[in-house]
Design a protein around this ligand. Structure first.
Ligand code: IPD
Ligand code: CA
Ligand code: CA
Length: 265
């Protein structure tokens, strides 16, 4: 029987160590280090080396577990357990030295999340939860916001940057939220957006075009902090389905209904 609590603390220790490496490299990064993977999709040697450190560290924690990773430094897949890793979520912020970027790690058991760690490296805030636990930030329990209405909410989102298929729908919903909420923020790390919903800084987060490593860790932490997660149809396909809504439970229904009014698929 594996002990997810002790594994979770080991993952937090690993993200602390790997985070030190990432921050130490910031001053060395220049334009020559930036590779373009796709439209507005960048990577540096820091993302790749950090991923290798994480894969090596996690490999010791659960025997037979495999990996789903952004930078493809390993292709090993597990039959039951898989680690889902984004070694640097917020690479665009990182290469511009803008201080919000995270290491994001989720653990799937039969494709269902059972552990999440999101470590924001500038404020050194480590958010984490494991199956049947509460959610924590640096050892203190966290919970989602108690707000019950959209009009009292601060909303996080990620702007479309490579898939513009729903840009009009996105902008119309955005305009609606501008008028009906406390406002919107685009901080440039989906993992941080989710962690900040978990601890009540944001009441809601939504984005389309995300990949499993952007959301696996953070979405689990939101749920353990009392929040509600879905895809844009209100269903559960938010890890592999490339669209996510994360909200306080009271706001989710109103938020989803409002989003679906604009995103008529
Ligand atoms: C990105 C960040 C960003 C989100 C993008 C992601 P990366 O991850 O999470 O906030 O809007 O969709 O791809 O590329 O910095 O790991
Ligand atoms: Ca990412
Ligand atoms: Ca990344």
């Amino acid at each position: 029987m594996i002990n997810l609590e002790s594994i979770c603390y080991s993952v937090c220790e690993l993200t602390s160590q790997t985070g030190k490496y990432i921050k130490q490299e910031l001053s060395k990064i220049n334009a020559q280090h930036i590779e373009v993977k796709g439209k507005n999709d960048f990577v540096t040697y820091v993302d790749k080396s950090a991923e290798k450190l994480l894969v090596d560290g996690l490999d010791n924690l659960i025997s037979g577990a495999g990996f789903i990773t952004e930078e493809n430094t390993t292709s090993h897949k597990g039959t039951i357990y898989n680690w889902v890793i984004d070694p640097l979520d917020g690479t665009t912020n990182f290469i511009h030295a803008l201080p919000c970027y995270c290491i994001s790690i989720g653990l799937l058991r039969n494709n269902k999340p059972v552990l999440g760690v999101v470590h924001e490296l500038n404020l050194n805030e480590c958010f984490y939860a494991w199956e049947n636990s509460k959610a924590f930030c640096n050892k203190t329990e966290i919970q989602v916001s108690k707000a019950t209405q959209l009009k009292d909410s601060l909303i996080a989102t990620g702007f479309p940057y490579y898939n513009y298929d729903y840009l009009n729908e996105y902008m119309e919903f955005f305009k609606h939220l501008m008028r009906e909420t406390h406002g919107l923020r685009r901080i440039g790390s989906a993992a941080a957006d989710l962690a900040y919903v978990a601890c009540g800084r944001f009441e809601a987060f939504y984005e389309y075009g995300l990949r499993p490593w952007d959301v696996a860790g953070g979405s689990f932490i939101v749920q353990q902090a009392g929040g509600k997660i879905s895809d844009f149809s209100g269903n559960d396909d938010y890890i592999f389905g490339k669209e996510i809504i994360a909200c306080t439970p009271q706001i989710h229904k109103q938020f989803l209904g409002s989003l679906q009014h604009y995103f008529k698929k």
